[in-house]
Design a protein around this ligand. Structure first.
Ligand SMILES: [Ca+2]
Ligand SMILES: [Ca+2]
Length: 247
């Protein structure tokens, strides 16, 4: 009988241990299923210093044209591509429209070959473009509610029969309300606009593991190009897109 009691007691102890292990998640422990974004678009840039895999492009010190975009950074997680920019405003500049180009398939030989970057390092497939620009009257950062997305397409010119990769009037443009797929936050201090942007990988069709080449041009209110990144000492036409790894 004593032996049976001992067994029952032992089972009870084991049961208690098991019960402890089966306890619901400790609120103080991070939930491994918590799908936390790598970068939070909140205008606070401390998360960029902590994120792993961030790639950076900076304007060369002696560039004297298209030099206003000072720095860009990029990183991605499973859902989004995150970008960070520092832009030196021109005197009295109130608007700063930009184009962000995505070589979504990581293949420079597909998509549109822009004159701005090297032929071997460009080939963008999607473009995010703001109309009014990122500046809110020169003193703050605006959201992306006026941004659109365009897809580079290959088509045959009806008149010449020529095969064209482009996005001009004859090309099909994919235009979406980007507000639900992209965000921007930042601030303007001492004439420098600093902002972070996230774009859902799905809207630029960068869904596969690998890498996505990215470049930006930023302009003044009349769309005169003020800044380009990446850019090197050779000026336009020589640098390649910044390669952001896609997990
Ligand atoms: Ca942030
Ligand atoms: Ca491509």
């Amino acid at each position: 009988m004593k032996k049976i009691n001992l067994i029952i007691a032992s089972l009870a102890v084991i049961g208690m241990v098991c019960a402890c292990e089966d306890k619901p998640n400790d609120p103080n422990k991070p939930d491994p299923n918590d799908d936390k974004e790598l970068i939070v678009i909140d205008g606070d840039f401390a998360d960029w210093a902590e994120a792993k895999g961030v790639v950076v492009s900076e304007v060369p010190a002696d560039l004297d044209q298209y030099e206003k975009m000072l720095k860009m950074k990029g990183v991605a997680d499973e859902d989004n591509i995150y970008l960070y920019f520092e832009y030196q405003l021109a005197e009295g500049q109130l608007e700063a429209p930009f184009d962000i180009f995505f070589d979504s398939d990581g293949n420079p030989s597909t998509g549109f070959i822009s004159w701005i970057w090297s032929k071997e390092g460009c080939g963008w497939d999607y473009l995010v473009e703001t109309e009014g620009g990122i500046l809110d009257n020169g003193s703050a950062i605006r959201d992306l509610s006026d941004a659109n997305i365009y897809q580079a397409v290959s088509y045959t010119d009806a008149t010449t029969g020529e095969q064209i990769d482009g996005w001009d009037g004859a090309a099909v443009q994919k235009k979406l309300d980007l507000n639900s797929f992209a965000e921007a936050k930042g601030s303007v201090k001492n004439g420098v606009a600093i902002f972070e942007v996230s774009v859902a990988r799905s809207v630029v069709n960068a869904n596969k593991k690998g890498s996505c080449g990215i470049g930006i041009t930023i302009s003044d209110a009349s769309w005169a190009t003020m800044g380009i990144l990446p850019i090197d000492e050779g000026g336009v036409g020589t640098a390649e897109f910044l390669q952001v790894a896609l997990p």
